[in-house]
Design a protein around this ligand. Structure first.
Ligand SMILES: Nc1nc2c(c(=O)[nH]1)N[C@H]1C(S)=C(S)[C@@H](COP(=O)(O)OP(=O)(O)OC[C@H]3O[C@@H](n4cnc5c(=O)[nH]c(N)nc54)[C@H](O)[C@@H]3O)O[C@H]1N2
Ligand SMILES: Nc1nc2c(c(=O)[nH]1)N[C@H]1C(S)=C(S)[C@@H](COP(=O)(O)OP(=O)(O)OC[C@H]3O[C@@H](n4cnc5c(=O)[nH]c(N)nc54)[C@H](O)[C@@H]3O)O[C@H]1N2
Ligand code: SF4
Ligand SMILES: [Mo]
Length: 699
């Protein structure tokens, strides 16, 4: 046979703001190289270390290649191969039997293993709508911040990322961009070369903080206090754009009154910062133009997350930063994309039913709930795809106790045998991005991307859309929408809103988005203004103004658990994805917690020591990394290791709680108190909660 080499255009499917354009080299049917597409401006030919390793991940010796049925006790991870027909017929029969009693006893569980519109939210949604299953509130990442933006700017819209290169001041707020938003960082570097000042606002001395001019190392969960004190200073010194405020904002007088209650000294005490540093930041922000804020989701994984985003999102309107294309703020751009959700997801298949919605953050509690008039039926079946809840959902101990229920029927669609897959009754092999069609939006730029399959599916793997199509057939669903192919679904995702031919030829299509979206106001709020005051929030019984909402577990408030733990992303993993890829695991070395020398010395902990982090929810064994990346009183457990790849068989989510945020019912991963102790062989962790540190209530 003659040898052949082709290059196939694709899109990175991972939950990352950058949504890179990929070029996959295929030699004789095998993907040999994955690179960034130089023709795509934001990708600029560069990929992160993780996705550069894509062939290694795709051809990983532990890829799941056949459907499997549990053959050992629940959670044993023992399976035997079965045929697709046998697996699908049995799963359909089990789901039908449950649905005959009450379809709401079936719960789909998915997040962003792939962000593709087809493999992430199309045929699966049709299937569960038709079935009448419980709905899932997909809140695990961004719902608090999303609500904060919605009630302030009106939508997930903001600065175009490329314009950051022209800013003179960039606040990198709750974002370790070098780790999680590399292609934004490229624009920030360009700005730096043009003389811009870069300020990083983060409790952790991150890799990004190292490279900024200033690092403002506040306590976790105190960002709203900082933002209010900045407003205080902007008001006191009159660094305000009165014309912009008058024409394009709502609630200025009320916000002014609120902000005047926050002199820098008050915020300094809350944030654990010198007041002088807050004054200097206000001076920088009040006097430099263009001034840009790259806000990221790191700020909103605490009780007051939505209010923090709201407070920060008010700042650009106060100083009129939106007037310039290189000024303003970007948290997410996903609201720009004209996705045809109703066509893709077909909520009409609910046919008048309105099933309950369960929150993916409280999976642990919900799986253990017996069923009641309020709650509805006990969850009897769980179908997991694009997610690894055993490792990534908070309060892992409860999640795993729920997954361990003998009477729970669990189906997992996966690439690998993850911690969650170990609990499955059926484990179904899914394709990777290199083997499937998809079409994408982005939350860190404004281009649509198409992903073409580069290689044939490995083994018997099938795409998520294909698996749900096949399940629908086994359930006897005859609606024509259950026969749409993956390529047809790609065409439906944007309908006529995006030129599909351009996607086919070029691989990407930029949306027409204004250069300075709010230069003349035009916010997507009910008033059309930047809403400092929100009538909608007041009507719903919330504080109508942005305020400081203290953590559920306030740092320093509990003598038994004196340390605050945050658990931001590890550079070489993507959430729990890639944790099983040897070359990337080697980069991260081993599960670790960063701890300040002062906190380490007080506990007799030397660099590299095996330590136990614990609180009343559970414990996590990992290695101490003693140094300045952690501030005193705060430890950083970098994530997210699989339980079974960690020394004690757990991870930091054994410590995090299911408590929710102020708005948006999001998770509070970074709102968590712990103690750390040197691990001695045979020692027992103290786990009994004292009364003063009882588990926090749900917000
Ligand atoms: N390499 C890599 N890239 C990723 C991910 C990954 O796991 N690995 N995750 C992806 C996902 S799912 C998302 S949602 C995006 C965005 O994900 P984010 O979680 O926003 O990612 P980061 O920017 O890496 O981390 C957030 C930063 O916020 C800081 N932080 C923690 N608590 C606070 C706080 O209270 N206030 C402030 N100001 N900062 C705080 C952390 O120390 C960290 O440096 O990134 C994506 N990109
Ligand atoms: N402590 C702590 N916990 C956190 C966070 C934190 O910062 N700290 N971050 C949170 C955030 S921001 C997020 S977004 C969540 C992320 O939670 P998840 O979205 O669950 O993310 P992953 O851990 O990457 O798991 C995705 C899984 O999908 C699988 N997958 C990938 N592609 C496909 C496909 O095409 N088909 C199928 N069937 N499967 C596929 C992957 O193999 C992987 O196991 O975690 C949250 N958990
Ligand atoms: S994970 Fe992010 S930076 Fe890496 S290739 Fe994908 S989109 Fe690009
Ligand atoms: Mo996320």
């Amino acid at each position: 046979m003659p040898s052949s080499t082709t290059t196939v255009r694709g899109a990175c499917p991972h939950d990352c703001p950058d949504t890179c354009a990929l070029l996959t080299t295929v030699e004789n049917g095998r993907a040999t190289r994955v690179q960034g597409n130089p023709a795509h401006a934001h990708t600029a030919g560069v990929l992160c270390a993780k996705v550069s390793k894509y062939p290694e991940r795709t051809y990983h010796p532990e890829r799941l290649l056949t459907p499997m049925k549990r053959s050992g006790p629940k959670g044993s991870g023992q399976f035997t191969p079965v045929s697709w027909d046998e697996a699908l017929a049995d799963i359909a029969a089990r789901l039908q039997a449950i649905a005959a009693r009450n379809p709401e006893a079936i719960l789909p569980y998915s997040y962003a293993g792939t962000m593709g519109l087809v493999q992430g939210e199309s045929m699966d949604r049709r299937f569960f709508h038709r079935l009448g299953a419980s709905q899932l509130h997909r809140s695990i990442c961004a719902s608090a911040g999303g609500e904060g933006l919605l009630h302030t700017l009106g939508a997930k819209r903001g600065m175009k990322v490329e314009h950051f290169s022209q800013a003179q001041l960039i606040l990198i707020w709750g974002s370790n961009s070098i780790t999680s938003n590399l292609h934004f960082w490229r624009y920030a570097q360009e700005a730096k070369r043009n003389g811009a000042r870069l300020v990083c606002i983060d409790p952790r001395r991150s890799e990004t903080a190292d490279k900024c001019h200033e690092h403002i190392q506040l306590l976790p969960g105190t960002d709203a206090a900082l933002a209010l004190a900045l407003m205080h200073e902007l008001i006191e010194t009159d660094w305000l754009d009165h014309d912009y405020i008058a024409r394009h904002t709502l609630g200025w007088e009320q916000l002014r009154e609120r902000a005047l209650q926050w002199p820098p000294e008050r915020a300094a005490a809350v944030c654990g910062l010198p007041a002088e540093q807050i004054r200097r930041l206000a001076r920088d922000y009040g006097t430099t133009r263009p001034a840009a804020i790259r806000l990221n989701y790191g700020v909103q994984r605490v009780r007051g997350g939505a209010n923090a985003v709201r407070a920060i999102a008010c700042l650009p309107a106060l100083v009129g930063a939106w007037r310039q294309s290189a000024g303003g703020l970007l948290l997410s751009s996903s609201g720009e994309f004209p996705v045809q959700e109703a066509t893709l997801q077909r909520p009409d298949l609910l046919a008048g039913r309105s099933p309950r919605t369960l929150n993916m953050v409280t999976l642990g509690d919900d799986l253990l709930h017996p069923g009641s008039a309020d709650f509805g039926p006990q969850v009897e079946a769980l179908v997991v795809y694009n997610s690894n809840p055993a490792a990534v959902a908070p309060d892992s101990g409860q999640v795993c106790a729920g997954l361990a229920r003998e009477d729970l029927f669990t189906v997992v669609l996966e690439l690998f045998q993850t911690d969650t897959a170990d609990w499955a009754d059926y484990l179904l092999p899914a394709t990777t991005q290199l083997e499937q069609w998809d079409v994408h939006l982005a939350y860190g730029h404004t281009d649509v991307l198409l992903n073409r399959p580069a290689i044939a599916p490995l083994g018997q793997a099938r795409s998520n859309a294909q698996i749900f199509r096949d399940l629908a057939a086994h359930m006897g669903y005859t609606e024509p929408c259950f026969t749409d192919s993956d390529e047809q679904l790609c065409r439906q995702a944007y309908g006529t809103e995006v030129d599909f031919d351009l996607l086919l030829t070029q691989g990407f299509a930029p949306l027409a988005v204004p250069e300075a979206p709010f230069a003349e106001g035009g916010f997507a709020t009910p008033s059309g203004k930047c809403e400092f005051f929100s009538q909608r929030l007041q009507d719903a019984g919330h504080d109508p103004l942005p305020g400081y909402v203290p953590n559920h577990e306030v740092p320093g408030s509990c003598t038994r658990y004196p340390l605050a733990m945050i658990s931001p992303p590890a550079r070489n993993f993507l959430n729990s994805s890639f944790a099983n890829v040897a070359s990337l695991q080697a980069q991260e070395q081993r599960p670790l917690v960063e701890i300040h020398p002062q906190d380490a010395a007080a506990r007799g902990i030397a660099d590299g020591a095996l330590v136990r982090l614990f609180n009343d929810r559970g414990s996590y064994l990992c290695h101490a990394q003693v140094g300045q990346r952690a501030r005193p009183g705060v430890v950083n457990a970098l994530g997210i290791w699989w339980h079974k790849l960690s020394p004690g068989g757990g991870n930091m989510n054994h410590l995090t709680s299911q408590a929710l945020t102020d708005l948006g019912a999001g998770p509070t991963f970074y709102d968590c108190l712990v103690e750390v102790a040197l691990e001695r062989e045979g020692a027992q962790a103290a786990t009994a909660p004292p009364a003063e540190c009882a588990a926090p209530p749900r917000a």
